[in-house]
Design a binder for this molecule. Structure first.
Ligand code: 5BU
Length: 273
């Protein structure tokens, strides 16, 4: 199982140059934290990115929450990602027909493909949505080839989530057919044990991002369910996504360091070093 290998050794063999970069960042900065920066204006977003940038591998956004989104948002985010060496993950959860998601991803009001290294999509609409996004990312007018990637939403953290069972195994099966642009899943655990008709190839190495991570809370009043950084990594997560546990704490920098430390120690224990 690849999840017992170090990020460094997985970087060496991974087919995706974006994943190589992601694993390199994790190793260099000793962090597997992805902050979920669910803030409402550009100033707050950039201030958070600058403050906690040194301690994270990925800065996850819901860019449609940013009321004054514009050129300054994009330029500011891009320069901070260079300054602090992290990647952007826009948690857009594409879920529509192929023709629509292509336009939501590339161009449009939010210009997601121009700045988001990683995006995600649901397979509720079927495999065609993934094919559509792959087609865009491999198009001849797409300037960011090899610098962009897609995660498939295989599970969700909310109480009563319907993304379970056959849905989750279909998500895994579809991902297996689109390795390259598809780099892995948003899921609560490793999905290696999920049965599909497609056997794993030798170089198969899906990256697991896990949302719903919080060190001190079990959930919220709207059905969110949390696990700790340690639990997520033990269950096979590669990158832990924490939002309110970091940005809404009294001291986000102190807080992110605690998530970094707990996540990294759990990773070291998992790889046996
Ligand atoms: P929180 O503040 O740590 O609860 O924020 C969690 C973030 O992760 C938030 O942006 C959600 O949209 C996102 N999320 C999630 O919580 N659960 C999921 O299953 C998925 C995304 Br997919």
């Amino acid at each position: 199982s690849k999840s017992t290998l170090s990020y460094a050794s997985r970087a060496k063999t991974h087919r995706s140059s974006l994943v190589k970069k992601l694993f390199d960042i994790a190793e260099v900065k000793k962090t597997n934290v992805a902050v979920s920066a669910d803030l409402r204006n550009t100033k707050d977003l950039l201030a958070l990115a600058d403050a906690i940038g040194p301690y994270i591998a990925v800065f996850k956004t819901h860019i449609d929450l940013v009321s004054d989104f514009g050129e300054a948002t994009v330029a500011g985010l891009k320069s901070l990602s260079v300054k602090h060496n992290f990647l952007f993950f826009e948690d857009r959860k594409f879920v529509d027909i192929g023709n629509t998601v292509q336009q939501q991803y590339h161009g449009g009001a939010l210009r997601i493909s121009e700045w988001a290294h990683i995006v995600n999509a649901s397979v509720l609409a079927g495999e065609g949505i993934i094919e559509a996004l792959v087609q865009t990312a491999q198009g001849s007018d797409f300037q960011y080839k090899d610098e962009r990637a897609l995660l498939i939403l295989a599970e969700m953290t909310t109480k009563g989530s319907l993304a379970t069972g056959a849905y989750t195994s279909s998500a895994v099966e579809i991902a297996k057919r689109h390795q390259g642009f598809v780099i892995g899943f948003v899921a609560t655990r490793s999905l290696e044990s999920v049965r599909t008709d497609i056997p794993a190839t030798e170089d198969e190495d899906f990256v697991i991002f896990t949302a719903g991570v919080n060190r001190s809370s079990k959930g919220d009043k709207l059905g969110q369910q949390y696990q700790t950084p340690k639990s997520a990594i033990e269950r096979g997560s590669d990158f832990i996504i924490a939002g309110r546990g970091i940005y809404a704490s009294e001291d986000p920098v102190a807080s992110v360091k605690l998530y970094q430390e707990e996540g990294w120690q759990a990773y070291l224990a998992r790889i046996g070093s």
